[in-house]
Design a protein around this ligand. Structure first.
Ligand SMILES: Cc1ncc(COP(=O)(O)O)c(C=O)c1O
Length: 401
């Protein structure tokens, strides 16, 4: 196999994740790259030390362990390629990937806009540390139009943060329209693209910085925590990479290697999970106990037209709103009775999950009660869908008639 095979980018996603960032024949001929662990990087001479350190932010520059090594670089290149960006910074968790660009682009006196449907810990960062450092946040309705966003922009608005669909409530955002307004005001557009993975190509829609919790489908096996921050130009790379490094963010090369391994099977897992998720979501829509299903790929979703315009597919995470006559406690009892679904938060693994979310949704700019009833978030794994539906049927039967 020629060593340069992998530089000739194949077209389709499954082919790309199979071939991207592999060592070719350089790793003693083995298919997979090695795990390169290291703190000290040895310089060939004192003079070379200066030259090498000066190249610190250049691609694949080896200066010190915290700047990454070959295993980090392989994963960084793979994620940048999947997201359609130029450079990627790997950090220790998905949450760190949310925090690093926020703290990189904002300083005291700045204003930031965050969707009301944002991932909870990102809200905690904004309300806590960022507020303490004199950065003001306005939460906005994630479904606002460009014109409505215009009214929220201030002279000191430096960041428009987006997450589409929103955590737990699954609203989609018209990123193209919002990014146009943000850019006209000189603000950066950050996006948590964890749900979209490769189905949403952020840089084609005006995003400047794309965030992924690689913990989810890339890791794919519920055994690794990692995050990525991808950018599309050198200036943004310097801003993000210097903030990440100055704060000492780092990820274990062992975890990067696990993520690279997860990536190789991600296309088939995602395809199966997308179809299985939709099958379960459609089944839920038929159940009398269900008020509505929050899944962007279903025609019943309020922003389904945006989904069809912008996404090439879906992952297997969605919400189910139950009839308002049920109490959160009754639903929790039904969830407790499930045999195949774990009760847990981190999705994207091979196993199915059910998580009651009614009491965990914080809203300050929109009304959480507008969902219409108590909600449970489902993640569909790799089990046989027929077994999952049978398990869910039994659980729904425990709800009072
Ligand atoms: C949308 C979203 N972003 C970021 C994260 C954070 O990822 P991690 O668990 O790796 O910190 C999560 C985790 O659940 C998430 O759901």
């Amino acid at each position: 196999m020629p060593d340069d095979l992998h530089s000739k980018a194949p077209q389709r996603f499954a082919t790309r994740v199979t071939h991207v960032s592999r060592p070719g024949v350089r790793n003693h001929g083995f298919v997979n790259g090695g795990v390169h662990r290291g703190s000290t990087v040895l310089y060939p001479s004192c003079e070379a030390r200066g030259t090498i350190n000066a190249a610190g932010f250049e691609k694949h520059a080896l200066t010190y362990g915290t700047s990454g090594g070959p295993t980090h670089f392989a994963l960084e290149d793979a994620i940048a390629e999947i997201e359609g960006g130029t450079r990627c910074l790997i950090v220790g968790t998905g949450l760190a990937a949310c925090a690093v660009p926020l703290l990189a682009f904002l300083k005291a006196g700045d204003h930031c806009l965050i969707p009301d449907s944002v991932y909870g810990p990102t809200r905690r960062l904004a309300d806590g540390l960022m507020t303490g450092w004199g950065i003001e946040t306005t939460y906005y309705d994630p479904t606002i139009s460009g014109d409505e966003l215009q009214a929220l922009m201030r002279p000191n608005t430096r960041v428009l943060y987006t997450e589409s669909p929103g955590s737990h409530t699954f609203e989609l955002q018209d990123i193209d329209a919002l990014a146009a307004v943000a850019h006209a005001h000189g603000a950066k557009v950050l996006m948590d693209n964890t749900w979209g993975i490769h189905h949403y190509q952020p840089f084609k829609h005006g995003v400047d910085v794309s965030i992924q919790a690689l913990t989810k489908y890339v890791g794919g096996h519920s055994d690794v925590l990692l995050g990525s921050v991808t950018v599309n130009n050198e200036e943004d790379w310097h801003t993000v990479a210097s903030a990440g490094r100055f704060m000492g963010h780092y990820a274990s090369p062992d975890d990067c290697w696990l993520a690279l391994r997860g990536l190789r099977t991600m296309a088939v897992r995602l395809k199966h999970q997308e179809e299985a998720g939709l099958e379960v979501a459609r089944w839920f829509e038929q159940q009398p106990e269900v008020f509505r299903v929050l899944h962007p790929a279903l025609p019943s979703h309020p922003q389904h037209a945006l989904f069809k315009r912008d996404f090439t597919g879906a992952c297997s995470l969605f919400g189910v709103v139950f009839q308002p006559r049920y109490t959160p406690a009754q639903l929790e009892a039904a969830v407790d009775s499930l045999r195949l679904f774990g009760i847990g938060a981190s999705w994207g693994g091979y196993e199915s999950l059910a998580l009651p979310t009614t009491n965990y949704v914080t809203r300050t700019a929109t009304d959480a009660a507008a969902l219409g009833g108590p909600t449970v978030r489902f993640h569909i794994g790799l089990e046989d869908v027929r077994d999952l539906i049978a398990d869910l049927s039994t659980a729904l039967a425990t709800l009072p008639r």
